[in-house]
Design a protein around this ligand. Structure first.
Ligand code: NAI
Length: 332
């Protein structure tokens, strides 16, 4: 099958080609897929896309006109694809539901420890020959209260790691896990979680319900000095309100692997450009903010799993098998 792979980087090529074994004709494009770039999909049965490709109704309409019959996401989240439009145009959508929940959960922990022990600052200091400890005082995780929003695959692993640190773990998720409760996780309301937690980790998807879930209202309720870690999706936090909360000192630390306006920034080398985003420029100046550009998933193990599942999804479609990883609108 001819597949147009969008937003492709050197590592996508390397891993996908290794697992493809010449089964499909993969053509790699650097371009992001959106309504301005759909012409590249002409003549392809499938497009393979990632988190910042933008498949709105117009893009999907054009894909259908170009003969595309399958959208293969190389990620778990599918908030960037208008699923009702795809269904209406009879284009199937498949994804990689789990590639390495450990990778993302461990990255969230890396952000916590870097911020809590100021590792990012120490690293720069030592490189300049400054071995002073002034202003590097951190805090222990032991006996802190960690609030986990979303206890799916990633959130559950994150809960277990934090229990291992000796933290009290509170969780909010419309679907509670008995297994986690047995391990000591305490489910509560979202309001109770934000009022009690010293560290809040966002591990939920971006949905209409979670869009700007953390806004001024919530920042007003958190404890002074709370740390927030977002490895879910950028728009779960209202960035402008987070900046205000950082300025006032109410929000003590912010670790972000995802960012509301990441689409035009992340995964690119802009080191020789003027960054066209005032909010990220402001965030970069705060000493208590640590940003990584959506690299939570980025481990060797996860890249192998993404490539293997994506190739399987393409082959299942081509050979008419049941699409195990199909994304569909929930029928009520
Ligand atoms: P999952 O589907 O296993 O779990 C998501 C959980 O969030 C579910 O238990 C669901 O009930 C819960 N949830 C839904 N709405 C909620 C709400 N309003 N409040 C609280 N919880 C809610 O998904 P998984 O694999 O754990 O991934 C979670 C999210 O992490 C993904 O949707 C994606 O946005 C993000 N992600 C980020 C990556 C990165 O590299 N930073 C990589 C992979 C995923």
């Amino acid at each position: 099958m001819k597949v147009a792979v969008f937003s492709s980087k050197s590592y996508d090529r390397e891993y996908l080609e290794r697992f493809n074994n010449e089964r499909h004709e993969l053509v790699f494009f650097d371009a992001t897929l959106n309504s301005h770039t759909t012409s590249l999909s002409l003549g392809y049965e499938a497009v393979c896309v990632f988190v910042n490709d933008h498949l709105d109704p117009e893009t999907i309409k054009q894909l259908q006109e170009n003969g595309v019959r399958l959208i293969a996401l190389r990620c778990a989240g599918f908030n960037n694809v208008d699923i009702p439009s795809a269904e209406e145009k009879e284009i199937k959508v498949v994804r990689v539901p789990a590639y390495s929940p450990h990778a993302v959960a461990e990255h969230a922990v890396a952000l916590i420890l870097s911020l809590s022990r100021k590792i990012h600052k120490a690293y720069n200091r030592i490189r300049e020959g400054n071995f002073s400890l002034e202003k590097l005082v951190g805090f222990n995780l032991f006996e802190k209260t960690v609030g986990v929003v979303g206890t799916g695959q990633i959130g559950a692993i994150f809960c277990e790691i934090m229990l291992g640190f000796g933290c009290r773990v509170l969780a909010y998720d419309p679907r509670e896990s008995d297994a986690l409760k047995q391990k000591g996780v305490e489910y509560c309301t979202f309001d109770e979680l934000v009022r009690q937690a010293d560290i809040i980790s966002l591990n939920c998807p971006l949905t209409p319900e979670t869009y700007h879930l953390l806004d001024k209202n919530v920042f007003d309720k958190i404890k002074k000095g709370t740390m927030i870690i977002n490895t879910g999706r950028g728009a779960v936090i209202k960035t402008s309100d987070a900046i205000d909360a950082l300025r006032s000192g109410k929000l003590g630390y912010l670790g972000m692997d995802v960012y509301e306006q990441e689409e035009n920034l992340f995964f690119r080398d802009l080191s020789e450009s003027i960054i066209p985003d005032e909010q990220i420029l402001q965030l970069i100046t705060f000493p208590n903010v640590l940003i990584t550009s959506h690299q939570g998933f980025f481990t060797h193990e996860a890249l192998e799993e993404i490539a293997a599942t994506t190739i399987k999804n393409l082959s299942d479609f081509e050979e008419g098998r049941t699409l195990e990883n199909e994304v569909r609108i929930k029928k009520s």
